[in-house]
Design a protein around this ligand. Structure first.
Ligand code: SAH
Ligand code: F3S
Length: 452
């Protein structure tokens, strides 16, 4: 008698939008589904479970979620057993209304309920259409149920949520109140990731440098000391820092720990004090400049990146000029610039003097035009230098790979005969600079055998 045909494994597909927190949450979804015996697939058509891990920071992102759900719901006509779940920030924001808007949607799972995926799927199988949103304490976070595969960096949450309530930002609503994780848990998770083989550790939080030991006195500078000293942590990075919460003790850590990468994302949002006040950011352009000077004194090779918003209500031409001036002066290694997008439940849409779309577009384009030659020049300084590159994956051109320098610049290089795996490091010499990346040659691999 022949052996029974093995059952076709069930498959899942997770689509991720937005920030690093969503990236990590998607690894948590994948881990839980794999514990249930499901395997990942890259093709939604093959999937028995599709999760859309959504972002709602700007209106466009939110609209895209619903158009994507519209595509996935068609798959249900072919596969009635398919489970379709809306997760992430849009799930948290719209909750039950998503079920009404998309009749084929099976469940809605909010940002603080990631750990409850299995229970929600079980409820669905019993015939409910569950909506799990809202914030409870403690939040479920299991480090053993995270699928870390296929990524080059180990991500660790330090803080969940945000209490800052910048007037433009929906995140405090979609990610809930700020909660720091205890240092001992963070250290345990970093050790686990290093044992797993990660060389780079990325610490996460909306205001990561606002971390405090729950019920204790230690702050983010102490946490950096503890994590940077863990054996095997070759590269340590953290996102996102809030300028006002950056203390001199934290700055000093850049001089103290060589494995703390010379890279910092420090969102400034605007160069105008008037706009910063309207945004509720709690710092001035001058104090931001002082902080940058202090960071550069502590770590002269530090590369800075930032976020900027143009077209915030009330932003005059003069305010915008102040932003232009700041961008010219600071010379960021890279930046993310956005057109202001009014978000539900935030204060800014009620402010007077909205900026028209055309003006906001023009300002955005102007910022990109100013920034590009700055990046090209800064990248050009690295030509002919040798760099350690952490390999992040395969390039679109056959035989090429990409990676990141310690200062977080993107590097493209030919793999050669002995390609490296994502997560490994390789030594390169930079041969060419582009505005958004570097082209380099590997120094630690024999050249590709010639084709003759
Ligand atoms: N603390 C988080 C903030 C998340 S939002 C972090 O810095 O990662 C990321 C960026 O999106 C913000 O820094 C801001 O520049 C931009 N952003 C947030 N809300 C926005 C809005 N309503 N319109 C346009 N850009 C926005
Ligand atoms: Fe948003 Fe400001 Fe917090 S940008 S995430 S409210 S620090």
């Amino acid at each position: 008698m022949s052996a029974p045909e093995p059952a076709t494994p069930r498959r899942f597909f997770v689509e991720t939008w937005g920030c690093q927190m969503n990236e990590l949450d998607s690894q948590r979804f994948a881990g839980q589904l794999m514990q249930q015996g499901l395997l990942p697939t890259r093709h939604p058509r093959e999937a028995d479970v599709i999760l859309l891990n959504s972002c709602s920071v700007r209106d466009k992102a939110e609209q895209k979620v619903f158009s994507r759900l519209g595509q996935y719901r068609l798959l249900k006509a072919e596969r009635p057993d398919l489970l379709l779940g809306l997760c992430g920030c849009v799930a948290e924001q719209v909750g039950r209304r998503a079920l009404r808007r998309v009749p084929e949607l099976d469940f809605v799972l909010g940002t603080a309920r990631v750990g409850e995926l299995a229970a929600v799927i079980a409820r669905r199988r019993r015939g409910e259409r569950p909506v799990a949103t809202g914030f409870s304490d403690p939040r479920h976070y299991e480090i053993d149920a995270i699928s870390r595969d296929g990524t080059y960096k180990g991500m660790v949450t330090l803080i969940e949520g945000c209490d800052k309530h910048c007037t433009f930002c929906i995140v405090p609503r979609t990610r809930g109140p700020e909660r720091s994780r205890p240092l001992r848990e963070v250290v345990r998770e970093v050790r686990h990731l290093v044992d797993y083989g990660f060389r780079e550790i990325e610490l996460l939080g909306q205001t990561v440098n606002h971390w405090r030991e729950p019920g204790g006195t230690q702050d983010f500078a102490d946490l950096l000391d503890a994590v940077a000293r863990i054996e095997g942590v070759e590269r340590l990075r953290f996102v996102t820092s809030y300028p006002r919460d950056f203390t001199s003790r934290m700055v000093a850590r850049f001089a103290r720990h060589a494995n703390l990468c010379p890279y910092l994302h420090l969102p400034v949002q605007s160069g105008s004090d008037r706009v910063l006040r309207l945004m509720g950011r709690g710092y001035t352009a001058a104090s931001y400049r002082d902080l940058v000077a202090e960071l550069r004194a502590a770590r002269p090779d530090i590369a800075l990146s930032t976020d900027l918003i143009v077209g915030f209500p009330g932003e005059t031409e003069e305010d915008f000029r102040a932003t232009v001036e700041l961008v010219r002066e600071i010379r960021f290694g890279s930046f993310f610039a956005f057109k202001y997008s009014p978000r539900p439940g935030t204060a800014a849409p009620r402010l007077p003097d909205p900026v028209d779309d055309e003006t906001a577009d023009r300002r955005l384009q102007e910022l990109f035009q100013i920034q590009e030659p700055i990046q090209l020049e800064l990248n050009g300084r690295l030509v002919a230098s040798e760099q350690d590159v952490l390999v992040t994956g395969w390039g679109r051109e056959p035989g090429t790979q990409h990676g990141r320098t310690r200062c977080h610049r993107v590097v493209h290089f030919a793999a050669g005969d002995t390609p490296t795996r994502p997560g490994d490091t390789t030594r390169v010499r930079v041969e060419k600079a582009l505005p958004h990346s570097l082209i380099a040659r590997r120094l630690d691999a024999p050249p590709q055998a010639s084709a003759q």
